[in-house]
Design a protein around this ligand. Sequence first.
Ligand SMILES: CC(C)(COP(=O)([O-])OP(=O)([O-])OC[C@H]1O[C@@H](n2cnc3c(N)ncnc32)[C@H](O)[C@@H]1OP(=O)([O-])[O-])[C@@H](O)C(=O)NCCC(=O)NCCSC(=O)C[C@@](C)(O)CC(=O)[O-]
Length: 302
Amino acid sequence: MSMPQQVRLVEVGPRDGLQNEKQPISVADKVRLVDDLSAAGLGYIEVGSFVSPKWVPQMAGSAEVFAAIQQKPGVTYAALAPNLKGFEGALEAGVKEVAVFAAASEGFSQKNINCSIAESLQRFEPIMAAAREHGVRVRGYISCVLGCPIDGDVAPEQVAAIARELLDSGCYEVSLGDTIGVGTAGDTRRLIEVVGRDIDRSLLAGHFHDTYGQALANIHASLLEGVAVFDSSVAGLGGCPYAKGATGNVATEDVLYLLNGLGIETGVDMAALVQAGQHICNVLGKVNGSRVARALLAREQV
Ligand SMILES: CC(C)(COP(=O)([O-])OP(=O)([O-])OC[C@H]1O[C@@H](n2cnc3c(N)ncnc32)[C@H](O)[C@@H]1OP(=O)([O-])[O-])[C@@H](O)C(=O)NCCC(=O)NCCSC(=O)C[C@@](C)(O)CC(=O)[O-]
């Protein structure tokens, strides 16, 4: 398997990152972040979620964010939709791409979306039908592919079966989420090998949280297995409300540094990306979670 020459980065900071922040974040600050990220050259930005505000209060203003961002041609601005109500909200806000999200473990499925895995897949069916009718593309997520904070170990065969169902139902791509960041490079290669038996690897994406500091190693392992799409979060924003101590996604700046070093094309400008991440960290009063950003800022190289 040869390494991909090009990688698509899916920026999830405004959604996966900010959804976990406790303090209120204004619509203006969210809009600034999204616009900074598109200006840095990211071609895919997950802007928000159309989920229950009781479950995830931070995403409540997603329609307002969509209305205010400057949509650049060629950039995909996506949102999460857990059910038909969420899809309709997204459609009303003019969203052209949504993501549905399932879990590989029953425990996480119940905690995150209050239903079993089978029920969640049924719940997505009307979304897929409505999406087809309205020309909206749908991406699929699977959480806990390398371990669950509630159920523990997860079998790769279980992940493969759910990925197959999501693709068969009409998702164009499935993002494999190591929600609690427990996976190692060895686990990651085994997972892709099993999922990839029946599914073309060009239909898979990697979504690695960095809780155990393994995310970059797991991305490298995925690249070696031919995966060419990775989700990441600027400044490493994020966490997981259902997993104590879980940190955010791997930082986009760190992934970009890895890919630049491998000579892999992304179209993203490092200096502009670092500035975008540092600005939102200043707004949140947080230490920047990207080691690359911290190093470059300390050396005044951006
Ligand atoms: C799925 C539900 C709605 C089920 O939640 P439920 O309580 O079972 O839903 P329900 O259908 O019984 O409705 C309850 C209330 O929610 C409302 N409601 C119902 N749906 C919506 C909607 N779409 N938008 C707005 N409101 C909604 C509905 O109208 C009702 O309002 P009430 O009558 O009580 O006033 C809930 O569990 C939920 O919203 N969960 C979202 C959880 C979430 O967003 N998690 C984070 C994203 S996933 C993630 O981060 C993982 C990922 C993707 O990054 C990959 C990885 O790292 O693993």
